[in-house]
Design a protein around this ligand. Structure first.
Ligand code: MG
Length: 379
């Protein structure tokens, strides 16, 4: 007899949140939604509440929600929902730095955390992983690359030699510096293989996303930076690979569909059949190619890996500076190539604190946001 897992989703109106609800809708006997939180999209959030009837709810504008939904629920904070005793798995699908505090709360409460938010591990990987170890919380990665590595590692006991993180390369893979300087917001938002939120899509176009994923992999799998390699794989079929000490390599493959890693994080250690997930049709796959990323064209990747290596508060500055720079680009206030330049300058001017406390991380985050606005204002 299987018991329904009780799921809370933080950030249910975003891309990952909506796809998590699609998985739950497709597997109604496996999962039940007990908590939902949203930030801006009140219409969609109201619909989600009426459909899934969660017991715990948070919305930024609580009053607007009361006017919209007739369903009964308890209004709690993100942190309270993340560590509520009735929640079996908390899905952290908020974007940017807002995921940090609830992720930490869930780690301290020893919860099962299905983690889609990159920034929390990048900014505070040392604190979150040590709290998770101490309180026996488990982190199930939702990011497709980390899910792939996790799936390759399952059942293995031998040491790992290298993690090979694949990257599609984004829409501007073969662009020249001159072409890159003329890129528009519309072009940057057209990702060749993945359906994602705006922030992640821009981060994929700059390869910042892959840099954040290298730092995330470092913390999730306790792997030195020297043993993590990024490979450009435009087909997005091989989601990442693990090389073992004997030279053997395992890979995880599927069509690029975030619902698969989301479902695996929810169903782990089981695998469930879901008719909505397409199977690979090998007759349509002509080739799978792999190449080295061009760090001169995509300096964000270099900056991110360097910030990860240096540690301290550099990764927090990286995340915050990038978040503001991407917002400015989306608002047509800066050019695409300015994102890398501004993030690089913020990192250069930062005085890092080694082994920072949460307060020091949050202070570095605020410092970086101010710094970016200053740099842009003075440009
Ligand atoms: Mg990814």
């Amino acid at each position: 007899m299987s018991v329904m897992k009780q799921i809370a989703i933080l950030g249910s109106t975003g891309s990952i949140g909506r796809q998590t609800l699609e998985v739950i809708r497709a597997l109604p006997h496996q999962f039940q939604v007990v908590g939902l939180t949203g930030g801006k999209n009140i219409d969609l959030f109201g619909k989600q509440i009426n459909e899934f009837k969660p017991r715990f709810v948070y919305f930024q504008d609580g009053e607007a929600l009361t006017r919209l939904s007739s369903t009964k629920y308890e209004f709690l904070t993100l942190e309270d929902i993340a560590c509520h005793p009735e929640v079996d798995i908390v899905v952290i699908a908020t974007s940017g730095g807002s995921g940090l505090s609830p992720t930490l709360a869930a780690a301290r409460a020893g919860k099962n955390i299905a983690l889609a938010n990159k920034e929390s591990l990048v900014m505070a990987g040392e604190i979150i992983t040590s709290e998770a170890r101490l309180n026996r919380a488990q982190i199930f990665p939702i990011d497709s690359e980390h899910s792939a590595i996790w799936q390759c590692l399952n059942g293995e006991r031998q040491p790992v030699a290298r993690l090979l993180l694949t990257a599609s390369g984004g829409p501007f893979l073969h662009y020249s510096p001159a072409q890159l300087s003329e890129v528009t917001v519309e072009q940057a938002l057209k990702h060749p293989s993945w359906q994602m939120g705006k922030k992640v899509t821009i981060d994929s176009a700059t390869l910042m996303n892959k840099g954040l994923e290298v730092i995330e992999a470092h913390w999730l799998f306790d792997m030195p930076f020297d043993n993590i390699e990024v490979l450009i794989h435009p087909q997005s079929i091989v989601h990442s690979m693990v090389e073992f000490v004997d030279g053997s390599i395992k890979a995880q493959l599927s069509y690029p569909d975030m619902r698969l890693p989301i479902q695996y994080a929810l169903s782990y250690p089981e695998r469930l059949p879901n008719p909505q997930l397409a199977r690979l049709d090998w007759s349509t796959i002509k080739n799978l190619t792999f190449g080295q990323p061009d760090l001169a064209i995509f300096p964000c990747l270099r900056s991110a890996v360097e910030a990860g290596r240096q540690g301290g508060t550099y990764p927090a500055v990286l995340c915050a500076a990038d978040e503001v720079a991407v917002e400015l680009f989306l608002a047509n206030k800066i050019k695409f190539i300015d994102i890398a330049r501004i993030v690089g300058q913020a990192l250069e001017q930062h005085q890092s604190t080694p082994h920072p406390t949460l307060e020091e991380i949050i202070a570095a985050d605020s410092w970086a946001r101010e710094k970016v606005l200053q740099l842009v204002g003075g440009a």
